[in-house]
Design a protein around this ligand. Structure first.
Ligand code: MG
Ligand code: MG
Length: 256
C-alpha cells in the first residue's frame, strides 16, 4: 500500500531529508586519496548524530555501516572498511539517510576522488542527469513507469546499462515502502502518482552491461563485467505543482 503524507508529516520528513543531505555533504568533505571508506562512514555517522538523527542504514538487515560506500565497479551496498583506501581516480558512491522525529530521508551521490578519467566523468554526469529526468517525470496524474522510462531513455542512448535488480522506492515512514520505482519501464504503466507521495528515485547506472553480482559478504553489489557504476538519489515529494526535492545536495560537483 502506498502511504501518502500529510502536510504535518511532510514537515517532519523535510527535517530528516535535510539531515540526510547534510550527511552526504559531510562525506564529500572527507573524500580524497588516502582516506578509508570507514572514515567516510564515520563522517556520515557523526554528522547525523550531531543533528539529533539516527542513521537509518546502520543495522538495517544487519548492515554494519551508517553509509554504503561503493567504489568503482561496486554498484551499491559497499561495506565501509578500515582496510579500503581511496585512490586518485576512484569514483565513490555514498548512500545514506537519517531518521529524525520518526521520519526517514534517503539520498546518494557519486563523488570523484581527485582527478578521474573522462569516461568516468561522463558516466557521472549522465547518471546525475538521468536522476533529474526521472524526477521531472514524477508529476501528479503520471505513473511510476514514466519515471523509469525517463531514466532509462536518458542513459541507454549512451550505451550504458540500467541496473534491474535494485530499484527506487517509497520512503518516509520507513526506509523502504511501496511503491517500487524501477529505473526502467514503460510510460503510462504502474501505480498512479498523486500529491503527498514521497519517493526515493535512484538511478544505478553501469558503464557497460546492466548485470550485477553480489559478493559472498551478502551485501556488495558489483558490475558483472567489471565496468564502472554510478548512483545518484534524491528523496522527493510529489505536489500539485510537480515534484519537489527534499534532499537538496549541498555539494554537487557534476552540476553544469
Ligand atoms: Mg539511498
Ligand atoms: Mg534508496
Amino acid at each position: 500500500m502506498i502511504r501518502v503524507k500529510t502536510a504535518a508529516e511532510l514537515e517532519k520528513m523535510k527535517k530528516a531529508c535535510a539531515v540526510s543531505a547534510g550527511a552526504l555533504a559531510a562525506a564529500g568533505q572527507v573524500i580524497r586519496p588516502g582516506v578509508t571508506t570507514a572514515e567516510v562512514d564515520a563522517a556520515v555517522e557523526s554528522y547525523i548524530l550531531s543533528q539529533g538523527g539516527v542513521p537509518n542504514f546502520k543495522g538495517y538487515n544487519g548492515f554494519p555501516g551508517s553509509a554504503c560506500v561503493s567504489l568503482n565497479d561496486t554498484v551499491i551496498h559497499g561495506i565501509p572498511s578500515k582496510g579500503e583506501v581511496l585512490r586518485e581516480g576512484d569514483i565513490v558512491s555514498v548512500d545514506c539517510g537519517a531518521i529524525v522525529d520518526g521520519f526517514h530521508g534517503d539520498n546518494a551521490y557519486t563523488f570523484p576522488c581527485g582527478a578521474i578519467a573522462p569516461e568516468a566523468e561522463k558516466l557521472l554526469r549522465v547518471t546525475r542527469e538521468s536522476l533529474f529526468r526521472g524526477i521531472a517525470a514524477a508529476v501528479p496524474g503520471g505513473r511510476v513507469g514514466d519515471i523509469g522510462h525517463a531514466v532509462q531513455s536518458c542513459v541507454e542512448e549512451y550505451g550504458y546499462g540500467v541496473v534491474k535488480d535494485f530499484v527506487g522506492h517509497g520512503v518516509g515512514f520507513d526506509l523502504h515502502e511501496a511503491p517500487e520505482v524501477p529505473n526502467f519501464g514503460h510510460p503510462g504503466r504502474g501505480a498512479r502518482l498523486t500529491p503527498g507521495m514521497t519517493l526515493a528515485i535512484e538511478p544505478m547506472i553501469n558503464s557497460g552491461d546492466w548485470r550485477v553480482h553480489i559478493l559472498a559478504d551478502g551485501w556488495t553489489v558489483k558490475t558483472r563485467d567489471g565496468g564502472l557504476s554510478a548512483h545518484f538519489e534524491h528523496t522527493i515529494v510529489i505536489t500539485s505543482d510537480g515534484p519537489q526535492i527534499l534532499t537538496e545536495w549541498q555539494v554537487d560537483p557534476w552540476k553544469s
